[in-house]
Design a protein around this ligand. Structure first.
Ligand code: UDP
Ligand code: MG
Length: 278
């Protein structure tokens, strides 16, 4: 059997209703490529019928190589992606979500942009996003903050659909904890890889529901601590916050003590993460 040149990793938590359509569309798209491909479904400890659906798929003949990994319990999207990367054999690794919000039909375009050497990592940029107004606004602000911090002109860093050279996924390995999947494109750019974006259509989730609750925002902020201090602007804000807070604290202002607490938590989280990562 030929070794796959392209691996598509799909993390899934309780995506049973989406799996049949996802699989049909994904295999159709990948079977049309000239390159040998594999799909790696990573079941993130689903509690619905996802594992049974996957078992059934694996028993049937498939037009492309299909593999599946099951995590014994839910460990989150980052861990699921990491488990997929660990067994991927392709020289290019793509990721996409199981909920079909970004059509799998966009994958050949992303793959070809990596294949032709235009970029080491291409991240999809969802056009006319079909999510709640609050989520779209939060995402716009978040991406604007990341653009300012990093100086990169990316508009949708956390889009689940991406393609990258294998080397990029390997080097991102030590960052694959917590919910760091959100920051992969900017971390890759920080490592010196060429990162670009490609506009793609977006559709509303038709089946199942979003697997992230409101805690996603808290986790995004906590994970931003070690990420932000990879850039000088992050340090600049930290130094400014600490200096201003010290000044205010000297004047016995409670704001100063609050600012100092934030600055200490920020540095402490970053330090704990960097020590744990080594
Ligand atoms: N996912 C996962 N583990 C989790 C949460 C999500 O594997 O703990 C998967 C989920 O099944 C989907 C992808 O990650 O394939 C993106 O999740 P979702 O669509 O819920 O995220 P959103 O679009 O709301 O950001
Ligand atoms: Mg989704």
């Amino acid at each position: 059997m030929t070794t796959p040149q392209v691996s598509v990793v799909v993390p899934m938590y309780n995506e049973e209703p989406n799996l049949p359509e996802l699989h049909t569309r994904l295999t159709k798209v990948l079977a049309r490529l000239d390159t040998p491909c594999e799909i790696i479904y990573v079941d993130d400890g689903s509690t619905d019928g996802t594992p049974q659906e996957l078992e059934n798929l694996l028993l049937q003949p498939q037009p492309v190589c299909v593999r599946a990994v099951r995590l014994p319990r839910r460990r989150g999207k980052t861990a699921a992606l990491s488990a997929g990367f660990a067994i991927a054999r392709g020289s290019i690794i793509a990721t996409t979500d199981a909920d079909l919000q970004e059509p799998p039909e966009v994958l050949p375009m992303l793959l070809s942009r990596v294949q032709c050497g235009e970029a080491h990592l291409v991240v999809a940029w969802r056009q006319q996003r079909q999510d709640s107004r609050f989520r779209v606004l939060a995402s716009r602000l978040f991406n604007a903050l990341l653009r300012w911090l990093t100086g990169l002109s990316l508009h949708d860093v956390n889009c689940g659909t991406k393609a990258m050279k294998r080397e990029v996924a390997e080097n991102l390995g030590s960052w694959m904890v917590s919910d760091m999947h959100r920051y992969l494109p900017i971390l890759a750019a920080q490592m010196g890889y060429r990162v670009t974006e490609a506009p793609v259509p977006h559709v509303a989730r038709r089946r199942g529901r979003s697997r992230f609750g409101a805690s996603r925002y808290l986790r995004a902020v906590v994970d931003l601590a070690p990420v932000s201090l990879m850039w000088w602007r992050g340090w600049g804000v930290w130094v400014a916050l600490t200096s201003l807070s010290t000044l205010l604290a000297k004047m016995h202002s409670p704001l100063g003590w609050a600012g100092l607490a934030v600055a200490m938590a920020w540095a402490g989280t970053a330090l704990a993460f960097w020590i744990g990562k080594r």
